[in-house]
Design a protein around this ligand. Structure first.
Ligand SMILES: Nc1ncnc2c1ncn2[C@@H]1O[C@H](COP(=O)(O)OP(=O)(O)OP(=O)(O)O)[C@@H](O)[C@H]1O
Length: 569
């Protein structure tokens, strides 16, 4: 709990004036409550027993004032504390996503997207209640307790002892409940995350689900998660609400003792009826805030559990760190020297030596799993080499600023990423939109012909998966996006695989056109795409077995001959 407050308290510094207003609200609520308990005494003793006319008018006015102070005080407090809480949570949410986005690609490949969404939404929402309402509720109810205890002691110190002596007895059972609540909160958050993960999986794979008629299987998986979530939450309600009967029971015992003992004192004339009633009123009023404090404490366990889950994400740090040097603007050579790449314990690439020159088209071919994409992962620093060197002229890749490096690389993969925005924004993604440049890139990618026929041309809106375009059209938009950036290094990873033969040959021409003053790396299963390549690297089980032009490979490289024969069967 200490950790939790230590983490969030610094955020409150920006809200000094709002905290001041919230405190005024809190004081009004506590003062109003104590005032309401106190006026029972003059009402009984002065008005009813002593028949004081002046008091008859004063007591109702005091009642209105106390009640209004309590009502408005609560309004002011809830408004300002919610403001502060929601704003802090907004900042925490931004900060969490900013941290997550710094993490390595490997983290995203291992973590389920739905689980991360759950951290940023569900878990943070649970903290919000703590940061805004719970802390304020805690202060307000504690102040109310103090004010009422003051009234209780003021009316009769002796009776107060009997009324309050049971309170310490409540601590043990309440502490056990709070501990149980924290465990349940953890489980509930994990279960909520299972639900979001499963939902995101279902919506992302809806085509395959429908095509395989597995709606029922998916639904039954979801029902299991959902039932689990329900079970845990109901258990949490059972635990958390148990505080109420416990406090109620102890309160009743205290009240019974007070009535017995205090009643005797009133009968013997040691205590006035008014003081006794005021005491009883304060005592009863006291149990409500006490009950609330214990329930606030339980809810706080929920927030602490969520906070701890979030901290586990903060504990993960990126391992692929940016270098300090600028990316050279006019690279002549890219070299791989004895490069090795390991994914955990699996060696995906070894003994990789290659040299690419500007203006050269460099093709990577080989069996599936041979290591072609892994080599690209190294170039764009999605992964880091385990040993060896990658050099851009004389600069080592690890010393170059990572954003600078990625600005100079465009990558088109088989999976096309389309954003829910216009074609123009999709093409210029990440850069200033310049319509002329967009059209030029679309023309270069041989996409402008179909774009210009769309009702709104380059301003046509695309949906997230680009479903209003054909596979080949989407691919050409992606190629246009890659060209818009005018990168020094262009990577096409199976980029032509979705295209028909005609489009593929057009794209092959595009590659020829755009490769003149840059580095182009092409991965292709279809050997026809890369037949004009200046160099073809043939991959086998993580190693490059030959590098040469096609005609030489056909004469000298057995592995290439095998691939060539397979392709021409
Ligand atoms: N993130 C990863 N974690 C662990 N192993 C991986 C990872 N990515 C790839 N691999 C493994 O590394 C090997 C090389 O994979 P890679 O994707 O580089 O092959 P590829 O030649 O591009 O294959 P394909 O032509 O099928 O795309 C494979 O055995 C693959 O299972």
């Amino acid at each position: 709990m200490k950790e939790f407050f230590k983490y969030y308290v610094p955020y409150y510094k920006n809200y000094k004036l709002k905290i001041f207003f919230a405190l005024i609200g809190i004081i009004l609520v506590s003062g109003g409550s104590a005032g309401l308990a106190y006026i029972v005494k003059p009402l009984l003793d002065e008005v009813f027993i002593a028949k004081d006319q002046e008091m008859l008018y004063l007591v109702p006015i005091f009642l209105i004032l106390a009640q209004t102070a309590q009502g408005f005080g609560k309004y002011i407090q809830v408004y300002y504390t919610s403001y502060i809480g929601q704003d802090i949570i907004r900042i925490v949410r931004d900060k969490l996503l900013a941290h997550i986005l710094t993490l390595d690609i490997e983290f995203f490949q291992k973590k389920h997207g739905g689980e991360l969404i759950s951290r940023i939404t569900n878990d943070i929402n649970r903290i919000q209640t703590a940061v805004s309402n719970l802390i304020a509720d805690f202060i307000r109810e504690s102040l109310t307790v103090f004010a009422l205890i003051f009234v209780v002691i003021y009316q009769s110190a002796e009776l107060a002892f009997y009324g309050l002596v049971v309170l310490p007895l409540a601590i043990y059972p309440l502490a056990i409940l709070a501990k149980k609540m924290k465990k349940l909160s953890f489980r509930s958050q994990e279960s909520a995350s299972d639900i979001t993960s499963h939902l995101s999986e279902v919506f992302n794979n809806v085509e395959i689900i429908k095509a395989n008629s597995t709606e029922k299987t998916e639904l039954s998986k979801f029902e299991t998660h959902n039932k689990n979530f329900f079970r845990i939450n109901i258990k949490a309600v059972k635990t958390s609400e148990l505080t109420s009967p416990i406090m109620e029971f102890l309160g009743a015992i205290a009240a019974a003792i007070v009535i017995l003992y205090g009643g005797t004192q009133v009968i013997s004339g040691e205590l006035t009826a008014g003081a006794f009633m005021s005491f009883i009123a304060a005592l009863f009023m006291l149990y409500t805030p006490l009950k609330r404090i214990s329930s606030v404490y339980n809810k706080l366990q929920d927030a602490i559990a969520a906070h701890e889950r979030i901290l586990t994400v903060y504990d993960i740090n990126p391992t692929i760190l940016s270098g300090k040097e600028k990316m050279p603007t006019d690279i002549e050579k890219i070299k791989f020297e004895n490069v090795e790449l390991k994914y955990e314990n699996f060696t995906a690439l070894k003994n990789i030596n290659l040299e690419a020159s500007k203006g050269e088209k460099f093709a990577l071919v080989g069996d599936s799993g041979g290591g072609k994409s892994s080599l690209i992962n190294l170039l764009i620093r999605f992964y880091d080499i385990s040993s060896g060197k990658i050099l851009f002229d004389k600069k080592e890749i690890k010393n170059i600023n990572i954003q600078d490096l990625r600005k100079q690389i465009s990558i088109v993969t088989q999976r096309v990423y389309i954003f829910n925005d216009s074609i123009a924004s999709n093409v210029s993604y990440g850069h200033k939109l310049d319509e002329e440049k967009v059209i030029k890139a679309l023309k270069q990618a041989h996409a402008y012909d179909f774009v210009k026929q769309l009702p709104e041309g380059i301003n046509t809106q695309l949906d997230e998966f680009g479903t209003n375009l054909s596979g080949g059209q989407r691919q050409r938009i992606a190629i246009a996006r890659a060209l818009y950036k005018n990168p020094q290094i262009l990577i096409l990873d199976e980029a032509t695989s979705a295209l028909d033969n005609e489009s593929e040959s057009i794209i092959s021409e595009v590659i020829d056109e755009v490769s003149k003053n840059r580095f182009v790396f092409v991965i292709a299963h279809r050997l026809s795409t890369i037949k004009n390549a200046d160099k073809i690297a043939v991959f086998k089980k993580g190693e490059i077995v030959c590098i040469d032009k096609e005609e030489n490979l056909l004469n000298n490289c057995k592995e290439y001959q095998r691939l060539y024969n397979l392709a021409n069967i």
